[in-house]
Write a protein that binds this ligand. Structure first.
Ligand SMILES: C[S@@+](CC[C@H](N)C(=O)[O-])C[C@H]1O[C@@H](n2cnc3c(N)ncnc32)[C@H](O)[C@@H]1O
Length: 283
């Protein structure tokens, strides 16, 4: 198993400031109960990479490890699994529906609509900035769409979600997962530090403020996510950083798109998500 975690190279992308809007969550890294000493070394190295403390497992329950480490959450790593222990439950990272979407894309199946891919309009070799990475599901699908010559950078404001996604993607069997570079930080700060026209496409999928019932796996994101809506000035900056266009996702009926003055792309009847595409600023 290759433990390559793509944390973005800082030569061309400046690491953004930590987001101020999320209350800090005391997070530590530990290993699975049955970890070998090599597995423990891998978990320890991951902790160092994410700038997090390593809490030895020593056969204890996750609750006991967290309590002794003074941690509110634990990133639990094993050779094939990355999970977050928070509020007394373990939440594994899974490619889930994204794996199915990648499979459909790679097999050329066009019957099922993928609203994200249609809106993003990605081409082989593209560089995509996912400004709201979350669990990295859309980023993983995008990485398959841009192919081996392409690049996907995902920025996530929550340290816990960024670390979970980075380690989950590093353990994901899909080849496209190797192409997702994870950055922990604030998208607005990152966009401010990037040169104009440095990515083909920039996408935003902010938390839906008017969202419906959560799909499975979404509760963890809701618990840890940065809830701020997309600011008009961040969208304006993204239009400078993009060479082609910026895509914004919203939940139906698209109140945030209306707030931002964006025209939704017509979607299938009953669709729960809406997309708008804004041209890059000419320059
Ligand atoms: C709806 S989720 C994104 C889900 C993602 N598209 C996926 O497919 O897994 C929104 C995520 O964006 C993050 N976020 C919101 N505002 C952000 C910002 N300014 N900078 C970085 N991440 C942000 C939240 O913390 C949350 O994890």
């Amino acid at each position: 198993m290759l433990y390559k975690v793509s944390l973005v190279s800082l030569s061309d992308v400046t690491r953004p400031r930590n987001p101020a809007s999320i209350p800090p969550l005391q997070l530590a890294v530990t290993a699975a109960l049955d970890a070998s000493s090599a597995d423990r070394d891998v978990a320890r190295a991951a902790a160092a990479r994410h700038g997090l403390p390593f809490a030895p497992r020593r056969g204890r329950s996750l609750a006991a490890v967290a309590e002794q480490a003074g941690a509110e959450a634990l990133l639990v790593l094993s050779p094939r699994r990355s999970a977050l222990f928070v509020d007394g439950a373990e939440h594994p990272w899974r490619a889930g529906m994204a794996a199915l979407r990648v499979k459909r894309l790679l097999s050329g199946e066009r019957v099922t609509v993928d609203g994200f891919l249609d809106a993003a309009g990605l081409r082989p070799g593209d560089a995509l900035l996912d400004a709201t990475l979350g669990m990295g599901m859309d980023a993983l699908v995008a990485a398959a769409a841009v192919g081996a010559g392409g690049r996907v950078v995902g920025v996530e404001a929550s340290r816990a979600l960024a670390a979970l996604a980075a380690e989950g993607l590093a353990r994901c069997e899909l080849e496209a997962a190797r192409r997702v570079e994870v950055v922990h930080g604030d998208a607005a700060a990152l966009l401010g530090s990037l040169p104009a026209r440095s990515f083909d496409v920039v996408v935003f999928d902010p938390m839906f403020r008017y969202g419906r019932a959560a799909a499975s796996g979404f509760d963890l994101v809701r618990r840890l996510a940065d809830p701020r809506p997309l600011a008009p000035e961040t969208l304006a900056r993204a239009r400078q950083v993009a060479r082609r266009w910026v895509v914004v996702k919203d939940g139906t009926p698209g109140w945030d798109l209306i707030r931002l003055g964006l025209q939704p792309i017509p979607s299938a009847r009953g669709a729960k998500k809406m997309y708008a595409r804004v041209e890059a600023e000419a320059g």
